[in-house]
Write a protein that binds this ligand. Structure first.
Ligand SMILES: C[S@@+](CC[C@H](N)C(=O)[O-])C[C@H]1O[C@@H](n2cnc3c(N)ncnc32)[C@H](O)[C@@H]1O
Length: 238
């Protein structure tokens, strides 16, 4: 285990502070690990490349990532990033946005905005909005989804990749997680302010009946034998 991983694990074990505003808690949690954030999350946050490839915005598209952190996901677009009309990375944590600004310097079609994903709106409707492991960190997640939907043009795409646990009695065709998984993972991640909640997926599927969904499990660094559930959702607005 590298020294950098040890520092990040210590920070995660300490968990998120319970005092201060949501923005202050994010800053206190992420500032000590911001420079090493990407390397550790590479192994923890699976399905991000898949989400970006599925969204596949075309040349000229206007794209928004809500809770975009360090901007790591924009690299998954590769050379296509420069062909988009505009790309906006919205996040509430200055320490992570500082990393994003360094990474995205010189990209004239990309802007970095410090704002709350539950209320911020672009000037004009856009083609594609996505959340990558941010919905579970937003306490007012329902407002965040509804705010994202309000950003989209007719026919626009909303993408989400995130951890979750299923309902005890999921709808037909959906994966059912065992009682132990449903109890363990929300507790494990809750310590770090990550709230796994079957309601997220239910709300997304109801709001966007025209969607694709892939339910998966991923290894977790330093938790051998345990696989955390995550999903990749892409829905189209009517
Ligand atoms: C686990 S990180 C994911 C970052 C990035 N999307 C990725 O895939 O690496 C969750 C992000 O959500 C951001 N976040 C949490 N609540 C937010 C809010 N209300 N508005 C905007 N960003 C928020 C955090 O600051 C953090 O950058």
């Amino acid at each position: 285990m590298s020294a950098s991983d040890v520092r990040i694990l210590m920070q995660m074990l300490r968990g998120q502070s319970r005092s201060g505003t949501h923005a202050e808690r994010l800053q206190a949690f992420y500032a000590p690990q911001a420079a090493r954030y990407d390397a550790f999350r590479e192994r923890l946050l699976q399905g991000r490349r898949e989400l970006i490839e599925q969204l596949a915005p075309g040349p000229g598209a206007d794209v928004i990532e809500l809770g975009g952190g360090t901007g790591r996901n924009l690299a998954f677009f590769g050379q296509r990033l420069a062909t988009f009309g505009s790309v906006t990375l919205v996040d509430l944590c200055p320490a992570l946005l500082e990393q994003a600004r360094k990474r995205l310097e010189g990209m004239s079609n990309v802007r970095v905005v410090e704002a709350d994903a539950t209320t911020w709106q672009p000037g004009d409707p856009v083609d594609c909005v996505y959340f990558s492991y941010s919905l579970t960190m937003i306490p007012d997640w329902r407002e965040a989804i509804d705010n994202a939907l309000a950003m989209l043009k007719p026919g626009g795409l909303l993408g989400v990749v995130d951890f979750y646990v299923s309902d005890a009695d999921p709808e037909p065709g959906l994966v059912r997680h065992g009682k132990l998984s449903r109890a363990f993972w929300p507790r494990w991640f809750g310590h770090d302010g990550v709230r796994l909640n079957p309601e997220h997926l239910r709300h997304l599927r109801t709001a966007l009946p025209d969607h694709s969904l892939r339910e998966q499990r991923a290894n977790v660094p330093y938790l051998p034998g345990l696989r955390v559930p995550y999903y990749v959702f892409v829905g189209r607005v009517g």
